[in-house]
Ligand binder design. Sequence first.
Ligand SMILES: N=CN[C@@H](CCC(=O)O)C(=O)O
Ligand SMILES: [Zn+2]
Length: 406
Amino acid sequence: MASTLLTNIGSLVTNDPSLERGPLGIVERAAVLVEDGAVAWVGQASAAPAADKSIDCEGRAVIPGFVESHSHLVFAGDRSEEFSARMQGKAYEAGGIRSTIEQTRAASSGELAANARKLLGEYQRSGSTTVEIKSGYGQNTESELRSVQVAAGCTDEVTLLAAHVAPPEYAGRQDDYVQMVLDEMIPACAPYASWIDVFCEKGAFSEEQSRAVLLAGQAAGLKARVHGNQLTYGAGVQLAVELDAASVDHAVYLSDADVDALANSTTVATVLPGADFSTRNSYPPARRLLDAGATLALGADCNPGTSFTTSIPFCIALAVRDLAMSPDEALWSATAGGARALQREDVGSLRVGARADLVELAAPNHLHLAYRPGVSLVHRVWKAGEQVAGPGAQPTVSDIRQKECY
Ligand SMILES: N=CN[C@@H](CCC(=O)O)C(=O)O
Ligand SMILES: [Zn+2]
């Protein structure tokens, strides 16, 4: 494969602390050499090696592609009415998930795949080059199996969200539902997934039920991640740390013991402020977590109920404005932090050897992501060295489908 030099980069974020300034490893007046889909060289443009092809970034900033470690793209239907009611004072409840379960079960696999790919295209055009996708709106073996199969057609990071909320046919029989997950759902779905997840929350699953699901998933070879402490104080964080989960996601209602546990573990706290924004929830105590030494990831949590956005730049703006994260912390969490939450070494940074996932911003530096909220600053996107969005990119299948849909 020919080598390509991205040059005349005004400000390059590498997330390689061995390069110049701070944890973001910022190099000014930089260039990046891409070979065989990977970063082959990084440094000052004036010292760049020769390449077969050169791309002029005209002084714009370049950052690593965002690593979204939490999304729910396999679903059908729309909950805009529920959102509207919430904005007029109605509280968010986990039970709202059931309306999406009904519509997801009724949809064809083709419809689910088309919707997931359309949303994945949105993610990519706004700079996300790695996206984890969860099942969780089937909640029976047949429909969860379809969901993980659809997700596996879209990404390498598939999560079986086996216990999201007990479906209507198990009303009042949650333990029976969990037993079915253990006996049938996990064995059937595990071959298509890498991760097991559970919603450990009032109105969803208890600590004991959540532990049973996570342990069964781990026994089937899946790694654990947890939805926890989103709506109330509870056991999610401690359970995630106890089982050495890769991340606990939402992490809004945290005791001091929860913060300590996260700070002293390898479990990443994944903050999802788009969900808190769209449910009028409190925001997670990101400052407390960072000051205690916890590792944070920042995601958009695209789903039809709590956070129907695929925009990581929007979530960076929220994290900076409302979670008291610095612009550097927010960007690190949305790139290197997401990679930690997915236990990936090859994405989230632009070190030599990393996958060449790059985002060129229509801005002189990364601070503009928070400084210019709501403005689309993603100019061009490369994934594994191929340009996938922006002027000059070939239209993707999802671009074409989107034109057909709207
Ligand atoms: N919290 C649980 N799951 C989703 C929302 C599910 C829904 O309301 O559809 C979340 O991450 O916010
Ligand atoms: Zn979620």
